[in-house]
Design a protein around this ligand. Structure first.
Ligand SMILES: [Zn+2]
Ligand SMILES: [Zn+2]
Length: 68
């Protein structure tokens, strides 16, 4: 189990270091317990948006590029 030290962009779902204020895409980042849980599931390969607590389906995900 690795420590999650990332915050999740609410827009593109890219992982951003927590010390950085926001995402490159201009979206808001969040590192609350819900988002941390979502990050763990994404890292584990889960793409089921309902499990992830997302509003719309995602086709793919990458830590560096998010869903883009
Ligand atoms: Zn973003
Ligand atoms: Zn959050």
């Amino acid at each position: 189990m690795t420590d999650v030290t990332y915050s999740l962009c609410q827009d593109c779902l890219r992982l951003n270091p927590t010390h950085e204020g926001g995402c490159k895409c201009g979206g808001e980042t969040c590192s609350c317990s819900d988002c941390t849980e979502t990050i763990k599931q994404l890292i584990n390969g889960c793409l089921e948006y309902k499990t992830l607590g997302l509003k719309k389906p995602i086709q793919s995900w990458n830590a560096k590029t998010g869903t883009q």
